[in-house]
Design a protein around this ligand. Structure first.
Ligand SMILES: CC(C)(COP(=O)(O)OP(=O)(O)OC[C@H]1O[C@@H](n2cnc3c(N)ncnc32)[C@H](O)[C@@H]1OP(=O)(O)O)[C@@H](O)C(=O)NCCC(=O)NCCS
Length: 174
């Protein structure tokens, strides 16, 4: 395994401005039918939701930085439960600042989140939900082993989102 280039931590209340800067940027929402996050109060609501998940589950989306600049957040992502296709699913998601794109960081985050899911939490499967035209994000999910699982008709009048899934690798005992 190559050395980790990223550090992860639980989000904290003071992250709200950085969260809004990243989630409110139109560039980071090119494929998001809801568009960029509209306000700092919306960022506060999302952060509160994440912190509730952390308090309840002991894990959730991470705040992400580079090892060499741990105080400068470059994105948010990880695994958390999300309800769709009739049940709660452990879902992998990510949103990185534009400055951090194209360096393999989303793939590294996705791999590390799957290690948490499979090795630490022992969940049997992890899902990803992505718009069908978002080739880069689909590619990230494929690189960590996700395959098509189904579709979710979540945007009225538009093509359905793709639901991808990867199962926990089985250990073979000989
Ligand atoms: C999508 C996103 C997460 C990708 O992050 P990233 O750190 O640049 O991703 P990585 O570098 O790990 O991998 C991207 C892969 O997609 C490829 N890629 C990039 N743009 C592409 C495109 N338009 N079409 C096809 N593949 C593309 C890259 O070449 C790379 O593959 P490679 O490693 O085989 O060369 C990032 O752009 C982002 O945060 N966007 C805004 C938020 C978002 O869209 N989140 C996902 C919602 S489902």
């Amino acid at each position: 395994m190559p050395p980790s280039r990223l550090v992860y931590r639980k989000p904290q209340p003071t992250d709200v401005q950085r969260l809004f800067a990243i989630f409110g940027d139109p560039q980071t929402n090119l494929f998001n039918p809801a568009g960029p996050m509209p306000s700092l109060s919306a960022a506060q609501r999302l952060l509160d939701h994440w912190l509730e998940q952390w308090a309840t589950l002991g894990y959730g989306w991470w705040a992400i930085a580079r090892v060499e600049a741990p105080d400068h957040l470059i994105g948010f992502g990880g695994i958390a439960p999300l309800n769709y296709l009739t049940q709660s699913r452990i879902n992998l998601g990510y949103r990185f600042a534009v400055e951090a794109w194209g360096q393999g960081y989303a793939t590294e985050l996705a791999r590390d989140a799957l290690v948490l899911a499979f090795d630490t939490l022992g969940v049997p499967e992890v899902f990803g939900l992505v718009r069908p035209e978002h080739a880069a994000s689909i590619h990230v999910l494929e690189k960590v082993g996700m395959q098509p699982f189904g579709e979710l008709d979540d945007v009225p009048g538009k093509a359905p989102s793709l639901v991808m899934r990867v199962c926990r690798p089985t250990t073979v005992h000989i």
